[in-house]
Design a protein around this ligand. Structure first.
Ligand code: NAD
Length: 358
């Protein structure tokens, strides 16, 4: 069976890190007897330059006809005019909407080889292995009304958080399914003591939980969660949260691991197809200098293998190869430590391939 992968390298360091990710995938393809058909298309600023829009219909078709999408990152100062009606980010929003991707997964693992470079104490970080599942297409980011106006008391502003039970149920199912494949623990985050949407969120979450009696389930208020996440992060496995709570908690969680250059993410919908990308942006300050850390992009292919293609062993092989390279002391500049072996993007990619072949 051939897996079709749509590849959007994007802008800035996107093509550098995705280049290394694709090379790693080739090694895995051979080693595990898999077959990938990768088709490249433009998204973001490069598409604006070539076609005048961030995502063309034909590029979208490539994504829709694929089994998984691999994305670098989009954007950069040259397309930053706030008055422009075409913006690179429209490509990502378009892909999410058109592919129905409502759950954003951000796994956070703390490498024992990098544990001392975090701002948190090693004993807090030892063994951390969690995933935040953020609802991606609802909540305050899409609720209407969202506006400023003038009332009797002067300036007023309103935002709206709106969820349907169906939106909550599908996010919870994705989270439970994931927990089932991991350590079978799910923490649902809400603010049910204050918010009506959170009370419904909790109600629906409890209903879905009955279908997953093998998964240990708990509710935690978001304010407590922000504290527990840095006090006892090891206790969490899968954390499910609505859009804004998830947005805040994923950034907090990413700091457990240290660098953005290490963290992959997946956006999933109802089926098996997902969009996989590093959490970092296009890093214009280092683009084209062979300084980017390709590990987040390489680890994104591991997520793709695990979540879209059910190739757990191949996914773990990539993760182990990355771990082995870090164990050997090789570091890109973003994660450099005293006395490390400093390497560039290409060399880091080559080192991972070398480990993958062993
Ligand atoms: P950024 O993530 O691109 O960079 C922040 C800092 O982290 C920079 O100093 C950069 O050099 C460093 N960095 C990021 N990734 C790295 C890597 N792999 N290796 C080494 N260092 C790395 O965030 P930013 O500077 O706020 O944004 C730059 C552009 O990227 C903007 O146009 C923004 O809109 C875009 N962006 C895109 C996405 C996306 O496509 N998903 C996400 C975030 C930002």
């Amino acid at each position: 069976m051939t897996h079709k992968v749509a590849v959007f390298a994007g802008d800035g360091i996107g093509s550098e890190v995705i280049g290394e990710a694709l090379e790693a995938l080739k090694v895995v393809e051979k080693r595990f007897g898999l077959s990938f058909a990768c088709e490249r298309a433009l998204a973001g600023g490069c598409s604006i330059d070539a076609h005048g829009v961030a995502l063309t219909d034909s590029a979208l078709r490539v994504a829709k006809e694929s089994d998984a999408v691999l994305l670098g990152a989009v954007g950069g100062p040259q397309w930053d005019d706030p008055k422009s009606s075409v913006r690179p980010e429209q490509a990502i929003l378009g892909l999410r909407k058109e592919l129905g991707l409502f759950a954003n997964l951000r796994p956070v693992q703390v490498s024992r080889h990098l544990i001392n470079s975090s701002t948190l104490k090693p004993e807090v970080l030892e063994g951390v292995d969690l995933v935040v599942v953020r609802e991606l297409t609802g909540g305050v980011y899409y609720g209407r009304p969202s506006e400023r106006r003038t009332g009797a008391a002067g300036r007023e502003a309103v935002d709206t958080i709106f969820y349907t039970e169906g939106e909550v149920a599908r996010l919870m199912r994705t989270s439970f399914e994931l927990a089932r494949k991991r350590r079978k623990k799910l923490t649902s985050v809400d603010k049910a003591n204050i918010m009506a949407t959170s009370r419904m969120w909790r109600e629906v979450a409890h209903e879905v939980a009955k279908e997953y009696s093998d998964v240990q389930y708990e509710d935690v208020l978001v304010d407590s969660m922000s504290m527990h996440l840095i006090r006892r992060p090891r206790d969490f496995d899968v954390i499910a949260a609505e859009n804004m709570f998830g947005d805040i908690l994923t950034d907090e969680a990413s700091m457990l691991a240290g660098s953005m250059g290490l963290l992959p993410s997946a956006s999933l919908g109802e089926g098996k197809r997902g969009l996989y990308e590093p959490i970092h942006g296009t890093a214009p300050d280092i683009a084209g200098q062979d300084k980017a850390n390709p590990l987040a992009a390489i680890l994104s292919t591991a997520l793709m293998l695990r979540l879209s293609f059910d190739q757990e062993q191949a996914a773990q092989t990539i993760e182990n190869a990355v771990d082995a390279v870090l164990a050997s002391g090789y570091r890109t500049a973003d994660i450099a430590q005293p006395e490390c072996r400093l390497v560039g993007c290409k060399e880091m990619g080559r080192l991972v391939r070398e480990k993958l072949q062993q």
